[in-house]
Design a protein around this ligand. Sequence first.
Ligand code: SF4
Length: 221
Amino acid sequence: MTIEYNEDYLMLSGIQHFRFCERQWALIHVEGQWNENRLTFEGRLIHERADDPFRVETLGERFVSRSVPVVSHRLKLYGVADVVEFIKSSEGGARIADREGLWTPYPIEYKHGQPKSDDCDLIQLCAQAMCLEEMLGVKVTEGAMYYYKIRRRLKIVFDSAVRAAVADAAERMRLSFLSGVTPKALYTKKCENCSLIDICLPKSARGDKAVEKYMEGIFER
Ligand code: SF4
């Protein structure tokens, strides 16, 4: 499957970075830096296993597509969904080429580790669902996250609050991208799990601020 998008569209996968830390997103997607740590490496291996575009499995009343290209012209986002299950439905589903009947898409995202306390993964999955809705003209009300550490699927419901959060993040990403300004570092606990900590140097950045203030004080005298 191929999709068309304009060159000013942003990568959907960036929405999880943006939600985690706007500076991290800007470093990766605006400045183009990427530093691989153990967490991102494990994540990539998992994606390599899940991403096989030629693999379509049929399991009775459902079939599974992998590495599905997705786009939303409303959100101006494009990307690839790890796995989309299509479930046969009597009404409300989409027509799919070479298949009889109607099919409701059910996106599944694979992640290393375990469920997080923030909503970054959920936002990314919901963005995929919103793309599929727009592309196929159907409602996608649910999907799932699969976490390798707990080896379990967790059902995710795409309610109006999470949809609004996706739309808000997509809009703010756009504005931030157009501004070209990388937000300043602010050290928090989550920095310890950030793949860019050695590039971002959030503790020294805070230190730099103190130096900056000190220097301003000298010149004001
Ligand atoms: S180290 Fe902290 S402030 Fe810097 S990009 Fe990562 S999460 Fe953001």
